[in-house]
Structure formats: C-alpha cells, structure tokens
Design a protein around this ligand. Structure first.
Ligand code: BJW
Ligand code: ZN
Length: 248
C-alpha cells in the first residue's frame, strides 16, 4: 500500500494551487473514496464482495436467473454499508463545494456517503443501494430497513422489486449522464478520486474534461489508465490526500 511518504509534495502544492484558483470544479469518485470508511472496493486486493465479483452479480441476467441470490448480496452489502460513516475524504469534498461557485460531484458509488458528508450537487451515476424499483410498474421507494423475505415484492402491484442501481449492460440515466458530461466539459479542474477508471461510460467523464482543457488531478493508491495522462497523479489514500489538497 502506498503511504503518504511517497507523495510528491511539490505536485501536491501545485495541484492545490490549481484547485484554489478554480471557479469550476468537477469531481469523479469511485469505490476507493469509501475504502477508508470500511466499504470494500470492487476490484483489486480486498475487492471481493462476500466472495462474489461485481461482474457475476451486478447484471440483469444474474437477477433474472436468481433474484434471491442477487438480493442476498445486496442485503448483505446494505447491512455492511448501513454502519459506515463518511471519512475525511468525503468531508473534504463537501467543504470544497462550499467555497467553489460551480461544483459538481459525479459519483459511481451507491453507498450514499457523499450526501451524509454534506455534499449537495451529487450525480449518482450508478444509482443508490438505498432505493428500489419495481420491475413491473417502475414504482420507486427509498428506505434502509432490511426485508423479512427476499426478493421483496412491490406493495402496489406485487411485481418483483430490484435495487435501483445500474448493472452491466444497462443504460445509465440519460439526464444524469448528460449533466455529468456537461459539468466535465465546462470545469477548470477535474478531480478523479478512488476509481479504477475501467467502467464505461463513467470513466469517459475524466477524458472529456481533459479534452475540453481542464486540469486533470487524480488521487488513488495505485496507478490507473488515467495516471499517465493526468497533469497530477497523487498517490496515497484519499482520506489523507484530499484534506491536504483543499487546504488553503
Ligand atoms: C483508493 C483507496 C483509497 C482503494 N484511496 N483510492 C466500452 C469499452 C468496454 C466496455 C464497455 C464500454 N462501454 C460499455 C461497456 C460495458 C461495461 C463496462 O464498462 N465494462 C468494463 C468492466 C469493461 N459498461 C456497462 O455495462 C455500463 N452500461 C453501458 O455501457 O450501457 C450501454 C447501453 C446503452 C444503451 C442501452 C443499453 C446499454 C454500465 C456499468 C454499470 C456498472 N455497475 C457497477 C455496479 C453498480 C451497482 C452496485 O454497486 O452493485 O458499478 S459495477 C462496479 O464498477 C460499480 C462501480 O461503480 C463501478 C466502478 O468501480 P470503481 O468505483 O472504479 O471501483 P474499483 O473497485 O474498480 O476501483 C477502486 C479504486 O480505488 C482502485 O483504483 C483502487 O486503487 C482505489 N483505492 N483504496 C484512494 N484509500
Ligand atoms: Zn410495482
């Protein structure tokens, strides 16, 4: 694991000054920002969810085949996430939003920890694990209570209820994605935190910003496909780097 010792302090200072000067900031976060809250990531070391990989259970096919198994996985994750608190990385982003005129937080995470930290302009590209959607009537519901029986049924039409998240092969919400692309194209600084940047179309947000002239700053404990092209690639845990990065 990379520690703060390997962080290049000159890069940190220059990245900090870019952030300090920017009126428009877009941030893309992934599972890594919640790692220090105790939420496992999807890929890499410790990236196993109850012995399943996201690619095996986060698909419409898996849900059609065995809705109960998929729901057991989600229920297990909901229980695990319910006890977790935002960490200094989430809190630093909420603080940065307070002083940045145009700030958009684009997250791939479904855990809701950014909102708990106080962030407001959040685009949850992959949905929320705290919401459900009826497969038959489309009815949505939010709640944190576990169900006595799985899979849950729709109170209105008795249809099958699923987590309101985006699985592989499913389209992202078009309006949300549009707003994410627009924020990326218009920002001065694009901050990418704790994502392997492998999953599309979310990863495109970062490339789009850079193409449109934004300064790309990455925070991760490991190199990613973005690292070589980012103006700043700050290696270290986001719960330590982000508070340093937003210091005035
Ligand atoms: C730390 C840290 C610390 C650790 N500090 N850092 C183009 C090319 C190739 C493939 C495709 C393509 N376009 C589409 C695809 C297919 C597919 C895809 O991208 N596949 C790739 C895997 C190759 N994409 C899709 O299917 C998407 N849909 C789509 O494209 O639809 C097209 C369509 C259009 C019109 C009609 C119909 C269809 C949908 C993707 C949905 C992804 N869903 C999931 C599950 C969400 C629900 C749930 O949570 O259960 O989203 S999968 C999973 O991956 C989850 C995550 O949001 C997502 C990204 O993962 P993330 O956040 O990057 O986590 P990790 O674990 O990968 O990385 C963690 C990082 O943190 C690492 O880098 C660590 O180093 C770092 N880290 N500790 C800082 N302390
Ligand atoms: Zn229904």
């Amino acid at each position: 694991m990379n520690g703060i010792n390997q962080l290049n302090h000159e890069s940190l200072a220059r990245a900090r000054s870019e952030i300090f000067q920017a009126d428009g900031i877009a941030v893309l976060t992934g599972a890594g920002i919640s790692a220090e809250s105790g939420v496992p990531t999807f890929r890499g070391p410790g990236g196993l969810w109850n012995n399943y990989r996201a690619e095996e259970l986060a698909t419409p096919e898996a849900f059609r085949r065995d809705p109960r198994l998929v729901w057991e996985w989600y229920q297990w994750r909901r229980n695990l996430m319910a006890e977790k608190k935002p960490n200094p990385g989430h809190l630093a982003l909420a603080e940065l939003e307070e002083r940045t005129p145009d700030f958009t937080l684009i997250t791939q995470n479904v855990d809701g920890l950014h909102a708990l930290a106080g962030s407001r302009n959040i685009l949850e590209l992959h949905g929320s694990i705290w919401r459900t959607r009826c497969v038959s009537c489309g009815g949505k519901a939010a709640g944190r209570e576990p169900w006595p029986e799985l899979p849950p049924r729709c109170p209105t039409c008795r249809g099958l209820v699923r987590p309101d998240v985006v699985w592989f092969g499913e389209a992202l919400n078009e309006a949300l994605l549009g707003r994410a692309f627009a924020a990326a194209s218009a920002c001065r600084v694009m901050l990418v935190v704790g994502t392997s940047a492998l999953v599309q179309p979310a990863a495109t947000v970062a490339w789009l910003a850079q193409k449109a002239g934004a300064v790309l700053i990455e925070v991760n404990v490991e190199p990613t496909p973005l690292s070589a092209r980012a103006q700043f690639s700050l290696m270290g845990p986001s719960g330590r780097i982000l508070p340093l990065l937003i210091e005035k």
